[in-house]
Design a protein around this ligand. Structure first.
Ligand SMILES: NC(=O)c1ccc[n+]([C@@H]2O[C@H](COP(=O)([O-])OP(=O)(O)OC[C@H]3O[C@@H](n4cnc5c(N)ncnc54)[C@H](OP(=O)(O)O)[C@@H]3O)[C@@H](O)[C@H]2O)c1
Length: 259
C-alpha cells in the first residue's frame, strides 16, 4: 500500500516506523527541505508531491494547521482517495466542511504505543466505507495494535484524552513511583525494571481476566498490610479526584479545539 503522510511529527513517526515494514510510506512537513530516504521512509519537500500515488492520505498536522493544509491539498487529491485525520478535537463535520465532497474521510486516534504494535486505536466514520477503504483502515491500524469504532465525535474525543494521551499519564505515574523507590535507596535501573514489569503484568492480567479493577485491588491489599497502608494515603490524598480534574482539563482543551 502507498501511504502519504502530511505532517511528520511525534505521532506520525511512531506510526510510520511500523507501516514502513510492509508498505511504502511518503511524508512531508515544512522542516523536510530535501527529498530523501530515511529508514525506508521517503521524505518529500512539498505536500503536493506524490498524492496521486497514494492509497491513503494521513493528516498528521496539529489541529490548528488542518484547514490550511486541506485548502492546499484539495484541488490535487485524486477522487476516491481515503483521507484519515489524526487531529485531536477536529470533528467529522468540520473535516467534511474543509474537504472536497467526493473524498471519503474518517478520524483515527492511535497512540505512541504503535511503535511496539500495542496502540489502542479508536476510529470514527459517519458514512459506510467501501470494502476497499475498510480493508485499508483495518490493515493499517490492526498492524499497530487494537482497533475500536467510536459512535460519534464525543466518544472519539474521550478516547483521545484516555488512550491518545494515555501513555503520557502512565509514564508520569511510572516516573513518580521510580522517584519514590529511589528516595528509599533503590537504584534507578532496578526501580524502572520492577515498575515496567509491574505495569506490564497488571495490564496483562486485566486484559486476560474479566474482573473489575476493585476486585484486583482486593487480591493484593490484605487488611493492615503494606498495600493497604499505601492505599489509605492515596485515598486520603483524593488521588481519584485529582485524576478526574486532570481528565476534565484535557476534555476542556479538546472542546476548545473544536471549530
Ligand atoms: N503525539 C501524540 O501522541 C498524539 C496523541 C493524540 C493526538 N495527536 C494528534 O496528532 C496530530 C500530530 O500531533 P503530534 O504530536 O505528532 O504533533 P507534532 O509533533 O507537532 O507534529 C506536527 C507535524 O506537522 C508538521 N506541519 C506543520 N505545518 C505543516 C504543513 N503546513 N504541512 C505539512 N506538515 C506540517 C510539522 O512539521 P515541522 O516539524 O516540519 O514544522 C510536524 O511534523 C495532532 O493533530 C494531534 O492532535 C497526537
Amino acid at each position: 500500500m502507498n501511504i502519504r503522510m502530511i505532517g511528520y511529527g511525534r505521532l506520525a513517526k511512531a506510526l510510520a516506523s511500523q507501516w514502513v515494514k510492509t508498505h511504502r510510506v511518503m511524508v512531508s512537513s515544512p522542516s523536510q527541505i530535501h527529498a530523501c530516504l530515511e529508514n525506508g521512509i521517503e521524505t518529500r519537500n512539498c505536500n503536493l508531491k506524490d498524492l496521486e500515488d497514494a492509497d491513503v492520505i494521513i493528516l498528521a498536522v496539529k489541529p490548528a494547521k488542518l484547514t490550511e493544509v486541506m485548502i492546499e491539498l484539495s484541488a490535487v487529491i485524486p477522487k476516491d482517495t481515503l483521507i484519515i485525520s489524526l487531529a485531536a478535537g477536529v470533528t467529522l463535520a468540520h473535516l467534511k466542511n474543509i474537504c472536497p465532497t467526493h473524498l471519503p474521510i474518517i478520524r483515527a486516534m492511535p497512540n505512541i504505543n504503535a511503535q511496539v504494535q500495542a496502540s489502542a486505536t479508536l476510529l470514527l466514520k459517519d458514512n459506510p466505507l467501501s470494502q476497499k477503504h475498510m480493508q485499508i483502515v483495518e490493515t493499517l491500524f490492526l498492524s499497530l495494535g487494537s482497533i475500536d469504532w467510536a459512535l460519534n465525535d464525543d466518544a472519539l474525543d474521550i478516547g483521545t484524552i484516555l488512550a491518545g494521551s494515555g501513555p503520557a499519564y502512565v509514564f508520569y505515574l511510572m516516573e513518580a513511583l521510580q522517584q519514590s523507590a529511589m528516595h528509599l535507596g533503590m537504584s534507578e535501573d532496578l526501580a524502572k525494571k520492577l515498575i515496567v514489569q509491574t505495569f506490564l503484568g497488571s495490564a496483562k492480567l486485566a486484559h486476560e481476566k474479566d474482573i473489575c479493577f476493585q476486585d484486583f485491588i482486593a487480591q493484593v491489599a490484605s487488611p493492615q498490610g503494606t498495600t493497604a497502608a499505601a492505599l489509605e494515603v492515596m485515598k486520603s490524598q483524593e488521588i481519584p479526584k485529582s485524576l478526574d480534574k486532570a481528565i476534565q482539563a484535557a476534555w476542556q482543551r479538546i472542546l476548545s479545539l473544536r471549530a
